[in-house]
Design a binder for this molecule. Structure first.
Ligand SMILES: Cc1ncc(COP(=O)(O)O)c(C=O)c1O
Length: 497
């Protein structure tokens, strides 16, 4: 396996170096000063093995922000594997990539067309840039009630209406593993001579197995962010930003990355990206067989043998002409009887030691990683059978959660984002009971987490549907990040609104 960055770190450690530089833990040796029980020592030793790779920019370890050695080589290998012309390693997750893509494309006041249900990092990118965004509503896949990218028609309408737009920003696949093929989108956006940016955080594995949908790069996107840590083997926060073609300003992108990423990027994370790519080069399709088989086995059980649960994917249809693809590694499940909300199911599963990726009012989202085994499937089935057999708390599961953003206009007016936000001046903002906030302008974003997709952003008009959504999410135990009142009984609004 060719893993130049990882090999260099191993070579360095094996050469018994003396460290007179940061990090001060000196390859983890400082931890040997600790005394403790045997168990503690075992844990510390395990941790120490990661610290052996934790170095800084030395002449032989290269520099992420101006690579010319092993990091450059590792990034080039990644570009070849994922089909990019250039790849940037990210140590701050897709979050860093989304911020950088927006910053590279938009200066203050410039306009970008953005899919409304974007991750909060995209909105934060808009804030940092001081950009203006025109939001386009996602399409609803009618069978499952889940959202996918906006239609071509909506995007064309926005491109016609806003010829000054710098780029179109899409999120594909969704957190629920639904996607569409982006080739017609790339063609459309390029016909208008604009840049197509794609948040493919949940699709780092796309294009790597015949069962997976094509990747955004394969479809022709100009810049694509992937969370290598989500579905491949990188450490958490390890992600990649791939670019191709002449449209994106690569120098500007590298500069934006220098702004949003640490000047001391983590070598264990970067090495994990090198290894994640190396493993794919070595084993590629074989790597995914087990996870796909486990997910298939589980889904087959739900469809054929379980009367209490159903899959969102078995409800996906193209009766509305929408060709939706489903990630074979992601299973979106709900109680058929409405006995348990998704949140309730998540809690119950945790009591059986089964930890899922996310829940909403209806669904739980499960990821079958490449390491998934038959025993994982067995454990899950047993837990679900036991949950169904027990007296559950009846919960009237409504479809409201998945109506999420349907209340808004298809193509919004331009919205100006500003890092200073609406401020905290009591003359301009006030706190009202959520129930009375209809028609006012939100002075804070409301972001249920996960999935981290804002239900309301600062400055957005609060509708009755949005209020009902927030109330329902909170009632079912969702956490809203960044809200002044975490219970969401009240909300901060603009007085002028
Ligand atoms: C659609 C989407 N984009 C971006 C991100 C951020 O990714 P990361 O956690 O790698 O920073 C997430 C996180 O879950 C996400 O769901």
């Amino acid at each position: 396996m060719r893993v130049p960055l990882f090999e260099q770190l191993v070579t360095l450690y094996a050469s018994n170096p003396s460290s007179y530089h940061v990090p001060g833990h000196k390859y983890g040796t400082s931890l040997s000063l600790m005394e403790g029980t045997n168990d503690e020592q075992v844990l510390l030793q395990a941790y120490q093995s990661v610290m052996q790779l934790d170095v800084t920019e030395l002449s032989m370890t290269d520099d992420l922000h101006g690579p010319s050695g092993v990091i450059e080589e590792a990034q080039q290998l990644a570009a070849e594997t994922f089909g990019a012309e250039q790849t940037f390693f990210l140590v701050g997750g897709s979050t860093a990539g989304n911020l950088a893509m927006v910053l590279a494309v938009c200066d203050a006041g410039e306009l970008i067309i953005v899919q409304r249900n974007a991750h909060k990092s995209v909105l934060n990118g808009l804030k940092l840039a001081g950009a203006r965004a025109v939001f386009i509503m996602p399409q609803r896949e009618l069978g499952s009630g889940l959202d996918v990218v906006p239609s071509l028609k909506q995007i064309e309408e926005a491109l016609e209406r806003y010829p000054e737009a710098k780029a179109v920003f899409l999120t594909n696949p969704s957190y629920y593993g639904l996607s569409v093929d982006l080739e017609p989108y790339a063609k459309l956006v390029h016909r208008y001579d604009k840049i197509l940016l794609v948040d493919e955080a949940h699709g780092a594995h796309y294009g790597l197995h015949p069962r997976f949908p094509r990747s955004a790069l394969q479809a022709g996107a100009d810049a694509v962010v992937q969370s290598t840590h989500k579905t491949l083997t990188a450490l958490t926060m390890g992600a990649m930003l791939h670019v191709q073609g002449p449209r994106i300003d690569r120098k500007g992108l590298a500069e934006a990355l220098r702004m949003v990423q640490s000047s001391s990027p983590s070598y264990p994370i970067m090495a994990s990206l090198d290894i994640a790519r190396g493993v794919i080069d070595e084993a590629c399709e074989r790597l995914f067989e087990r996870g796909i088989a486990a997910a298939d086995d589980f889904q087959h059980w739900v469809m054929e043998e379980s009367a209490q649960y159903e899959l969102s994917s078995s409800r996906v249809w193209d009766g509305n002409g929408l060709q939706v693809q489903v990630d074979p590694l992601r299973v979106v499940l709900r109680s058929k009887t409405g006995k348990h909300s998704g949140f309730e199911l998540l809690k119950q599963l945790e009591s059986f030691g089964c930890y899922v990726e996310m829940a909403d009012v209806q669904y739980v989202v499960l990821l079958f990683g490449m390491g998934a085994e038959t025993s994982d499937v067995q454990r899950l089935k047993q837990a679900l059978v036991a949950i169904a057999a027990a007296e559950g708390v009846p919960a009237a599961v409504s479809t409201l959660a998945n109506e999420s953003l349907a209340y808004q206009q298809s193509v919004s007016e331009p919205v100006l984002f500003s890092r200073r936000g609406t401020g905290t001046d009591s003359k301009t903002i006030g706190v009202v009971e959520l129930s009375y906030a209809e028609g006012m302008l939100a002075a804070e974003a409301v972001i249920p987490y996960p999935p981290g997709i804002p239900l309301l952003y600062e400055g957005e008009r609060i509708t009755a549907d949005a209020i009902a959504m927030i109330k329902q999410l909170v009632q079912y135990g969702a956490r809203c990040q960044g809200a002044t009142d975490p219970t969401m009984q009240t909300i901060t609004v603009l007085r002028t609104g």
